[in-house]
Design a binder for this molecule. Structure first.
Ligand SMILES: C[S@@+](CC[C@H](N)C(=O)[O-])C[C@H]1O[C@@H](n2cnc3c(N)ncnc32)[C@H](O)[C@@H]1O
Length: 276
């Protein structure tokens, strides 16, 4: 049976979660939020939004399940290979002369995107001289990202993406993993200089003094409404160095009027924006 949820019901759940856990889903795009909440209710056999709330009160860990279901961590290594070619051949080499090189992966999910940048930096000889911060609202994803261990079955897709990015490297992406039975672990050389931090993009990054050359915020804002998108854009703008770059996902839709006060779109094909 299809479950329908009203705007008021989902907004009440948001308010209750904000009050009890301090986690703010207020400005998530309402149609997809309702769809996801309905899916949770059906998947866990709960009785409407009241049943959902009862479950949160009964099981103190259910909030983490809820966050997992709402935030959706879909990601992969070398997703959109042409972006990584652009970064390798054009964007990252321009950082070489900067006295400090700092990158922020905002909404990093389980880490595949961070380690992709890390491999590109490693191949450019820049891994050890670049600092990376990786953040996500979802503690479970962040723990997985920090661990850097993935299911071996994923290697076929990652290998395919990597071959498009670097066909000259005949060993392919497995060069960067230690393969143990059904698992693959990212090698220590690729993990260097990365710190992980739980963070909700609705707020500025706590260490306000730190400024970045590049911020990746790919496929995160798709879940936000226009008000939250604007708040996040302002935070990201403040956290970039002068002329720093913001890299969005191919499907992140931002209207020109929204980003224009803060950014100039310099590479529309790759969704790369420069701080004004
Ligand atoms: C689809 S994944 C994108 C992962 C990666 N950036 C990529 O493109 O491969 C979206 C990520 O955004 C995170 N996210 C959603 N809302 C967030 C918020 N308010 N603050 C920080 N991260 C958030 C989710 O937990 C999830 O890991």
């Amino acid at each position: 049976m299809e479950i329908t949820i009203s705007d008021e019901e989902v907004l009440s759940v948001n308010r209750a979660i904000l009050l009890r856990y301090g986690i703010d889903f207020t400005n998530y795009e309402i149609t997809s939020l309702k769809r996801r909440v309905a899916r949770i209710i059906s998947k866990y056999n709960l009785n409407g939004t009241l049943g959902l709330w009862r479950q949160m009160l009964k099981d103190s860990d259910f909030i983490f399940t809820y966050i997992d279901e709402i935030t959706v961590g879909l990601t992969e290594m070398f997703r959109n290979p042409d972006l990584w070619i652009k970064l390798r051949d054009d964007i990252l080499p321009q950082l070489i002369s900067n006295p400090s090189k700092e990158i922020w992966h905002a909404g990093c999910s389980t880490g595949e995107e961070i380690y992709t940048t890390s491999i590109v930096l490693h191949e450019l000889g820049m891994r050890t001289i670049t600092k990376t911060i990786a953040t996500d609202i979802n503690r479970g994803f962040l723990t997985a990202a920090q661990k850097g261990t993935y299911d071996r079955s994923l290697i076929t897709q990652y290998q395919k993406n990597y071959q498009t990015y670097n066909p000259k490297n005949t060993k392919g992406i497995s060069l960067y993993f230690e393969l143990i039975e059904e698992q693959m672990n990212i090698l220590p050389a690729i993990r260097q200089n990365i710190t992980f931090q739980e963070h909700n993009l609705i707020k500025p990054l706590p260490n306000a003094k730190q400024k970045f050359d590049i911020i990746f915020c790919r496929n995160v804002m798709i879940y936000f409404d226009d008000k939250l998108k604007e708040t996040v854009l302002q935070h990201l703008h403040q956290t970039l160095k002068p002329s720093g770059l913001l890299i969005l996902g191919y499907f992140d839709a931002l209207s020109i009027t929204m980003y224009q006060p803060y950014f100039e779109m310099i590479e529309p094909a790759y969704k790369i924006l420069r701080k004004k």
